[in-house]
Design a protein around this ligand. Structure first.
Ligand SMILES: NC(=O)c1ccc[n+]([C@@H]2O[C@H](COP(=O)([O-])OP(=O)(O)OC[C@H]3O[C@@H](n4cnc5c(N)ncnc54)[C@H](OP(=O)(O)O)[C@@H]3O)[C@@H](O)[C@H]2O)c1
Length: 292
């Protein structure tokens, strides 16, 4: 039977290239996105390189916790799952709330992958050895590492709040790897570095996304953003593809695969047990496995 892989936000950008990489490696790939037409286009692009079963598309808005629960139920019903790539991520210029009333950066970049992962653990266990790959970001470096509440103290700055949500997800990922040790489910984080995608061509052009201090240096900051996100999505997908498939990682877990597609040490603030506990408590409270 074909090995099954799911890639969220897999109809465009880095996710689509990741899905193509997994399909080329023989996985039966399911991609998730919101837009059905875009999903159909992605299926064609993935099928061009697939060496295994036909790719599939499932529609879900990963900013909605109910959509995530429904997606998980649908994916779980399809049987054992070998690879889950939580690739979804988003940055918002202005503060937004999701349909669940939760700040959107935290919901999309952390709660959605957290909830999908937790709900698919049985499917991943059934396929063991299996892998979870959570897509991270270098933006974790500018993040405030406090998670007693969903929103950090201070004003809203999209890039910093995005980085904080990615930091929460990285801490959760490393902690989960420890908790799943011995189950046959390996857990990795993958940092794509940067690529020219919708996300970087959109929100990252506005000075509003950085704190007032950095805004004073905006021409310099903008040039740095542009330089670091000018590459192709196909290269930025390599860390995720390696984390999901490479035999050199068999039996390993809890690694961060860096932009050069090799393991790198995670930033120290992502590895503290207290922070992981705070993130987990907040995640369980805001995103229960079953709807209230
Ligand atoms: N690009 C970079 O330089 C960079 C750097 C560091 C980390 N990353 C991370 O890499 C991952 C991919 O980034 P990217 O730049 O490729 O992003 P992107 O271009 O914005 O990704 C587009 C994909 O995301 C899907 N998507 C967006 N919001 C969604 C939602 N609410 N529900 C379901 N699907 C959704 C889109 O599908 P629809 O249009 O159908 O919704 C499409 O498939 C993210 O986790 C990002 O944080 C990117």
């Amino acid at each position: 039977m074909d090995q099954r892989a799911v890639v969220t936000a897999g109809t465009g950008g880095i996710g689509l290239e990741t899905a193509r990489g997994l399909a080329a490696a023989g996985y039966a790939v399911t991609v998730v996105g919101r837009d059905t037409e875009r999903g159909a286009g992605a299926i064609e692009r993935i099928a061009e390189v697939a060496t295994g079963a036909e790719p599939r598309f499932v529609a879900a808005d990963l900013a909605s916790l109910d959509n995530v629960r429904a997606l998980a139920a649908r994916l779980a019903a399809q049987g054992p799952l070998n690879v889950l790539v939580n690739n979804v991520g988003a940055m918002f210029t202005d503060r937004q709330q999701t349909v669940d009333g939760i700040e959107a950066s935290f919901a999309v970049n952390h709660l959605s992958p957290y909830l999908l992962t937790e709900l698919l653990l049985e499917s991943l266990r059934a396929a063991a050895p299996s892998r979870i790959v959570n897509v991270s970001s270098g933006a974790v470096r500018v993040a405030k590492p406090t998670f007693d509440a969903v929103e950090p103290p201070g004003g809203y700055y999209g890039f910093h709040w995005y980085g904080r949500a990615k930091l929460a997800n990285l801490a959760y990922t490393l902690d989960l790897a420890g908790r799943l040790r011995g189950t046959g489910i390996s857990v990795f984080a993958a940092d794509p570095g940067g690529a020219a995608t919708e996300m970087t061509n959109g929100t990252m052009r506005s000075p509003k996304i950085v704190s007032p201090g950095l805004r004073l240096l905006w021409p310099l900051v903008r040039r740095t953003f542009e330089r670091s996100t000018s590459g192709p999505a196909s290269v930025a997908a390599l860390p995720s593809i390696l984390a999901a498939t490479d035999a050199s990682l068999d039996g390993q877990t809890g690694l961060l695969i860096g932009p050069q597609a090799r393991p790198v040490p995670p930033i120290r603030k992502s590895t503290t047990k207290d922070m992981a506990n705070d993130v987990l408590r907040l995640s369980r409270q805001l995103a229960p496995l079953t709807a209230a």
